[in-house]
Ligand binder design. Structure first.
Ligand SMILES: Nc1ncnc2c1ncn2[C@@H]1O[C@H](COP(=O)(O)OP(=O)(O)OP(=O)(O)O)[C@@H](O)[C@H]1O
Ligand SMILES: [Mg+2]
Length: 282
């Protein structure tokens, strides 16, 4: 066979393989960013990790399941005009999930929006035997469009978080580098085990992310050592430092990559995305 034909055949198989992978959603990663502790950087991580993945050419869907809707507000400009949200699709699967997915300002990043009504989910699904499968079911028709689905979860281990862990292939646990940061992780790991037993045996821990780190303080250094003792190699090499730019960017409805592209936060979230992609391949 001529070198030229060989070359074109290789290109053909490369694209065919790529298309097949995409069409069956074979390698999709659905990552639930979860810790029932409040204010540990779940939303900041969901918003900026999803932007980083999209900017690296990965079609990404950010799913906001928190009634506080901070991920949604971080990207969607006329939030007041949003009528339907993930709540409406989860309580009534006849509603189309595509109707609550919006384009963000980041190329390649879509957002499934949340609203405060999500706080009623638990009450609305009482007595429904498939109550904890709802998120998994509604994501099924859109899985093939994305390489990554990133789920922002509320600070609780109730039915919403249960839905997220049932729908996910992986969990990413952000832990703030502060005093008492490990408190509650036993309950979280117990929940992960329960979910594996009853509904999602494939659920894996993608990694533990140290957030809000301040390397100047002794306490932060001690906490990093303790987290590493407990979680070992699960801890991402990348740590997210405390940074004013990361705190400011949601108010301007931007990810850190447009708000402050050369800041420490932008560099660290890009490094995290590269680690996530690497772990995804293993
Ligand atoms: N690396 C950081 N540097 C500075 N501020 C940060 C950083 N990460 C998060 N914050 C700020 O800390 C607060 C809590 O962060 P975030 O909302 O991401 O946490 P969360 O775990 O999603 O909170 P909740 O449990 O309420 O959903 C926010 O005001 C956010 O802007
Ligand atoms: Mg949050």
């Amino acid at each position: 066979m001529s070198a030229c034909r060989h070359f074109f055949l290789e290109i053909y198989f490369y694209f065919l393989y790529g298309t097949l992978q995409r069409s069956f959603g074979a390698n999709i990663l659905i990552i639930s960013i979860t810790n029932q502790k409040g204010g540990v950087g779940k939303t900041t991580t969901a918003v900026n990790l999803s932007a980083a993945l999209a900017l690296m050419g990965k079609n990404t869907l950010l799913v906001d399941t928190d009634p506080q809707a901070h991920s949604t507000v971080s990207y969607i400009k006329n939030y007041e005009n949003v009528k339907k949200s993930i709540y409406d699709v989860m309580i009534n699967p006849d509603n189309n999930v595509e109707d609550i997915i919006m384009r963000s300002s980041v190329p390649g990043l879509d957002v499934a929006v949340s609203k405060i009504s999500m706080a009623k989910l638990e009450q609305s699904l009482i007595g429904e035997i498939d109550g904890h499968y709802r998120l998994k079911d509604i994501l099924m028709p859109v899985r093939k469009k994305y390489n990554f689905i990133i789920i922002d979860t509320p600070p609780a281990l109730g039915l919403i978080t249960l839905n997220c862990l049932v729908a996910a292939t992986h969990i990413l646990i952000p832990i703030q580098s502060s005093y008492l940061s490990l408190e509650g992780t036993d309950d979280l790991l117990e929940t992960v085990d329960k979910v594996r037993k009853i509904a999602n045996p494939q659920l894996k821990i993608l990694g533990v992310l140290i957030t809000l780190h301040d390397k100047r303080t002794n306490i932060s250094r001690d906490v990093v050592n303790r987290i590493t003792e407990v979680f070992g190699r699960s801890v991402f090499n990348t740590m997210i430092s405390k940074s004013v730019k990361l705190e400011e960017s949601p108010a301007y409805k931007e990810s850190i990559f447009t708000y402050a592209p050369f800041s420490v936060g932008a560099i660290q979230y890009k490094e995290l995305a590269m680690e996530v992609i690497k772990r995804a391949q293993n």
